[in-house]
Design a protein around this ligand. Structure first.
Ligand SMILES: Nc1ncnc2c1ncn2[C@@H]1O[C@H](COP(=O)(O)OP(=O)(O)OP(=O)(O)O)[C@@H](O)[C@H]1O
Ligand SMILES: [Mg+2]
Length: 459
């Protein structure tokens, strides 16, 4: 129910209007001057403030200004004395929804109020919509509609709201760092630092001082003191990439942090508390590391509070055409490619390949093809021989319906055959088929028309 604050120094006016408003279903509070109105506005939110202009202390214009400062989305309706249009116009300039001249009749008054409330409700809806869009936008750079990726993404949005430690596992190039960033950006820590350390890139003796820092003279070569990455990440997120590569001595310190939230710089006696969320990633089998004595089992369990497993690309081939389109769009945006598409044949090769380097390898292959091909369509010749060579082995696999070219067939016939096969596979769902083919639904429709084929209804 909309809440209205009614401000007028004449009690009789307040009472009459208040009764009218309540009868129309609004909740009404009254104030007899600008100052007492302002005190209420500071305490609670009103959808609408209806105010007289001439009041002491604090007149209607001053109240309007302060209201808009405190709650810009509160609507203000100003009542002006007969013949003082100017102050009404000034009020609107300052953000009032409208003004109404005294004396006014009941219907006129209730209509203006209803309109102001309607606008307020509309604004609430718009705000909510914007929030929802923002939510979506945060995942915009992560592509994936396969069941496997949907699972990962729903996990991401769930864990983002917590401070739990997350362990992301997956083969190289599956998007572990991308997911780690998404967790950070969707968490309450999003405006604080996201600090990355690649444990594998650092020799054992440097890992500790990088992570925890050291005091001056802590060891030979420590000529000045150093803040560690834990300090830099304070309030934010620390991403430990290739956690499987950390030295056992570093693992002990990480474990201590996970147990009591405290770290100690090298050469310092007193531990300090830091507020850091840890996300770790690995493309190795940590359990194997444990059995080989290279990774501490207790640390593993503390890191693996929330496991996120990124499936390899070959286990989610449905995502391949989407990813290809995503990368083409990205290059288009950067002005590196102009509206290139992938020929159906090349798309078949790409969806059929096993992608040991996963999404990163796919990204590189697309970039290479864009550079190599001067035409507007990427053909299979533009793809690395490796990928083309592997292709026939994948026959029968999802996404590899490319027919073998018979000697007397024209390319056009092959294309037609491929399109029809793809449509059949997706039970004539033209949207899905066109996605896999890497063409727009309009192009698909045009091609069908040129073959003289009537599109079947999707099942
Ligand atoms: N689902 C996805 N949508 C869009 N881009 C993706 C997706 N997954 C990965 N990428 C892109 O692929 C590349 C590799 O991803 P990322 O660096 O996150 O992988 P990784 O798992 O950390 O690899 P590594 O184990 O080799 O470090 C990046 O450019 C990333 O933006
Ligand atoms: Mg990585």
């Amino acid at each position: 129910m909309a809440e209205i604050l009614l401000v007028d120094d004449e009690k009789a006016v307040r009472t009459t209007l208040s009764i009218m408003l309540q009868k129309s279903g609004y909740q009404v509070q009254e104030a007899d001057n600008g100052q007492s109105a302002l005190d209420r506005i500071k305490e609670k939110f009103f959808d609408l403030v209806i105010t007289d202009l001439k009041m002491e202390p604090l007149d209607g214009i001053a109240l309007l200004r302060s209201t808009k400062e405190i709650n810009p989305s509160t609507e203000v309706l100003v009542m002006t004395a007969f013949g003082t249009v100017e102050s009404g116009v000034e009020a609107m300039r300052l953000g009032a929804y409208d003004y109404i001249q005294k004396p006014f009749d009941k219907d006129e008054f209730l209509m203006v109020v209803a309109k102001a409330i309607e606008r307020r409700e509309l604004m609430i809806e718009v705000e909510q919509l914007q929030e929802e869009l923002k939510e979506k936008y945060r995942f915009e750079n992560i592509v994936g509609r396969s069941n496997e990726m949907m699972e990962v993404l729903s996990m991401v949005s769930k864990v983002a709201k917590t401070d739990s430690t997350v362990l992301i596992t997956g083969e190289s190039g599956t998007g572990k760092e991308l997911i780690a960033k998404a967790i950070h950006l969707n968490s309450r820590r999003k405006n604080r630092a996201f600090v990355t350390i690649n444990c594998g890139a650092l020799p054992e003796n440097l890992q500790e001082s990088e992570l925890f820092g050291h005091v001056r003279g802590a060891f030979t070569g420590a000529i000045r003191e150093k803040r560690g990455l834990f300090h830099e990440a304070n309030g934010g997120t620390l991403f430990l990439d290739e956690i499987g590569e950390t030295a056992l001595s570093t693992q002990v310190k990480l474990l201590r942090f996970l147990q009591d939230g405290e770290i100690r710089r090298i050469g310092e006696n007193d531990p300090v508390h830091v507020d850091v969320r840890l996300i770790a990633a690995t493309n190795q089998n940590l359990e194997k590391g444990i059995s080989e004595g290279k990774f501490r089992e207790d640390l593993y369990y503390r890191l693996n509070v929330i496991p996120v497993m990124l499936p390899p690309l070959r286990k989610r081939r449905d995502d391949i055409p989407l990813l290809i389109n995503h990368f083409l769009e990205q290059y288009n945006k950067q002005g590196k490619a102009l509206l290139k598409t992938v020929s159906p044949e090349a798309m078949g090769v790409l969806t059929g390949y096993d992608w040991p380097g996963n999404v990163r390898e796919l990204e590189n292959v697309i970039e290479r093809a864009l550079i190599l091909s001067s035409k507007s369509i990427i053909q299979s010749e533009d793809l690395p021989a490796m990928i083309r060579k592997n292709h026939p082995k994948q026959a029968g696999d999802a996404g590899s319906a490319v027919p073998v070219l018979a000697p007397d067939q024209t390319l056009e016939e092959v294309e037609k055959q491929y399109i029809l096969k793809t449509l059949d596979r997706y039970t004539w769902n033209q949207k899905k088929a066109s996605e896999l083919l890497g063409i727009s639904t309009t192009t698909l429709w045009r091609k069908l028309k040129s073959y003289g084929i009537e599109p079947k209804k999707a099942e």
